[in-house]
Ligand binder design. Sequence first.
Ligand code: PMP
Length: 436
Amino acid sequence: MVNSLPAEFYSAFLSDAAKERKPSPIRGLYPLEQRPGVISLLAGKPNATTFPLTSVKLTSRSPTDPGKEIETEVSGKALAEGLQYGPTAGLPSLIEWVYGLQEREHGRKKGESWRVSIGGGSQDVIYKTVATMVNPGDSVLIESPAYAGVLPMFQALHCDLVEVETDAEGIQSSSLRSILQNWPDNKPRPKVLYTVPYGCNPTGMTATLHRRREVLQLAREYNFIILEDDPYYFLYYGDAARYPSYFALELEQPEVGRVLRFDSLSKILSSGIRIGFASGPEPLLQALDMHTAVANLQTPSLTQAITFSVLDAWGYDGFKAHTETVSRFYRGKRDVFERAMHRHLNGLAEWSTPEAGMFFWFKLLLATDGEEGGDSESIIRTKAYERGVLALPGTVFLPRGGKTAYVRASFSLLGEEEVEEAVKRLRKTILEVRGA
Ligand code: PMP
């Protein structure tokens, strides 16, 4: 049995809004319906016999034999559940599947003071977590550059975004330590640190084991919770063995409960299906569920039922085999893109090779003497676009704004010829700027 932080510990980590939120008067009573013998007059659930869907038939490629198809069907009791309102945290069958997955992947056992909540993509649960934990004006530690999709969450709360430098090994733990050591006395200490440890969006970098251990140690020393946003976890294609997640690594600590992990099925099953999940300390997830109960009652039951039916038919080994196929696919895409960069951008751009995910983060070398500096913003938005290539200027990933010569290129979709042409167009753009 692991040692867990006590439930009271988390009250300091809840936002005022989360503390004031009352449980949904109806949803809070749902569990009582389950007692055998109880006749429930509770919920305003429509009578599902009036719903016209009689089954949902699904066909998927076999994870182990691409020539074969696997047929599954959501019908009977599973369909009835899928068509009806369900528990706020998610469909029990899918939640059970997630428990099994987290035990396999991260060595975390069900019942040891952590829980799962399913969301409409990981974005949904991340957003709700931020609203559940962060008050307007709070300080937030955030890796820089950071996933642009979370910045508006913190900015809308007028958070003081404290940027933590990153490099090819992930968060620079020594900078983080120095930030925390020199924290001004008159400023409230940060409650959370946000990071994407595998194939970071936008930098493509994967945090090393050493850095992960140090960041976790700092979380303990300086009392903050790590928001581990890991949608590219299954898209790791590096040569070395995979590093344990923060969620797994905290088992090395004297007590667990400082990691709230976010997973996503968007990059491996479907992004349109909108399924992600949060795994972490029970009191935080309870507060998150209370937010869900107000915001959208729950993640769609049918989507969850469909997802579960496919995952269940595959089994965990099938799921693993599928994720390995997907990560190999992206490794191939990375190689194609990098070869084109070597051909056309040597001396014109600098980059590190990503080992997970779908992004190259590269610096435009705009000065002929290789001098630092420059701003990719207008070059990418105007000159490159005029030449018919669209990428993301690095500024959109800087939590506190500013200039950067970096650019994010996504290599997930293009074939070899398009990559070749895109990179050539980037080359011409840089040469044009240099010549100007
Ligand atoms: N976090 C990161 C780092 C992402 O890159 C994305 C997707 N772009 C998300 C979260 C949101 O993913 P989902 O589709 O699961 O909501």
